[in-house]
Design a protein. Structure first.
Length: 391
């Protein structure tokens, strides 16, 4: 009902404006005034309206800043977040200075130098000093912005400390999986060729390589038996191509098995879905991997964003400073959780690629870690995107 009322008001306003324009046209005809002839009074009126528009425009912009400002970035909850916000505010201050300065000049010049009868414009084709000023000044300002940004980024991208906790964040369409080190404080090696329903991260161990090798052996035997039957030429070529591919993959699995025989560092890792926990005031090193396409790990409260790239490992080191419980009290919202999102459009369900992040006290974090079961390849893990070998 409110929308209909608003539409009616807008429609009536448009009709009223059209009628006013029509009345103006008729009055001009009565006074024998041509529409294309602009009088000094018209020019003075337009100049005055320019000045009025300046204050109305700035008032609207300031209202937008005040009204929508609280809906921008939330309070920073990490050590480096303060530096990011400082850089962000510096850029905003620069933008607002240029915005208000340039628009003031545009509107004031339009108000002051409106056309007057008998006035002739001054022809001013070139000035070396002006060219120098508006080339050097923007260059210096942009250089300052870039240098400030590089210094901030280099301070953030520091090596991890001795007591840092390493957590791997594994991305795929449309899911995040976190992996924590076990008692050995080492993340086990991984390889995408070992990804399966029981090994969603492709962690390398004697069991995982043996299981994957057995899977390929079974598939190859089944395909070879099928080739001994009568098949259409097209189907036979397709099957031969798939068989050759699986033999190549089997050879690569054998190579992984030989190079990593006896490797057990990944068996005690903790694989976590749904939500991840991190301790407050403790340095965290995040390692990012992707199974399929480029994703972007984004945690707005921690001012953290890093691409997750297939075939590569990216990293980010940060220290959380506010626990989830403390932030809930600050916001007076008992349901609040920090969040990990994908900030790269990665497919149809990109919007749903999220994971809750819980910042605990060190004691609560350790208690949570102790409750997590170690990764064992024989245990079936829930995984909604099981990779199948082509038949």
């Amino acid at each position: 009902m409110n929308r209909i009322f608003v539409v009616l008001i807008v429609a009536l306003a448009v009709i009223a404006l059209a009628q006013l324009m029509r009345i103006y046209q008729l009055s001009s005809k009565v006074r024998n005034i041509k529409e294309e002839e602009i009088s000094d009074a018209d020019n003075r009126l337009n100049a005055s309206l320019m000045l009025v528009s300046l204050f109305a425009y700035f008032g609207f912009v300031i209202w937008q800043i005040v009204h929508w400002g609280p809906y921008m970035l939330p309070e920073a909850a990490s050590e480096h977040g303060a530096a990011i916000d400082q850089l962000f505010n510096f850029n905003w201050a620069l933008l607002f200075t240029v915005f208000f300065g340039i628009h003031t000049a545009l509107f004031v010049f339009a108000w002051k130098y409106y056309y007057r009868a008998g006035t002739k414009a001054y022809f001013y084709p070139h000035n070396n000093k002006l060219e120098f000023i508006w080339t050097i000044v923007p260059s210096v300002v942009l250089a300052a912005v870039i240098i400030f940004g590089l210094i901030t980024w280099s301070e953030i991208q520091k090596p991890k400390g001795e007591n840092a906790i390493t957590i791997e964040l594994y991305s795929k369409q449309f899911d995040w999986t976190a992996r924590y080190t076990g008692k050995d404080d080492q993340l086990g090696k991984s390889n995408y060729l070992l990804v399966s329903g029981t090994n969603p991260l492709g962690i390398i161990s004697d069991e995982s390589t043996a299981d994957k090798l057995a899977e390929y052996e079974e598939t190859i035997i089944r395909q070879e038996q099928k080739l001994e039957t009568i098949l259409p030429d097209g189907k036979r070529k397709e099957l031969e191509h798939s068989l050759a591919k699986n033999k190549r993959l089997r050879a690569r699995i054998v190579d992984i098995q030989l190079k990593n025989a006896g490797l057990q560092t990944g068996k005690d890792d903790h694989v976590v879905k749904g939500e991840m926990h991190i301790p407050v005031n403790t340095e965290i090193e995040f390692l990012f991997r992707s199974q399929d396409v480029i994703h972007s790990a984004y945690m707005p409260h921690f001012r953290l964003q890093m691409n997750s790239v297939p075939g590569d490992v990216t990293r980010f080191v940060m220290t959380p400073t506010i626990t989830t419980a403390e932030m809930r009290n600050k916001l007076n919202n008992p349901e609040f959780n920090y969040i990990l999102m994908c900030n790269k459009v990665c497919g149809a369900a990109h919007y749903n690629m999220q994971m809750d992040v819980i910042v605990d006290s060190p004691e609560d974090y350790q208690k949570w870690v102790d409750e997590q079961k170690p990764f064992i390849t024989e245990t079936t893990l829930q995984d909604d995107n099981i990779q199948l070998v082509e038949n």
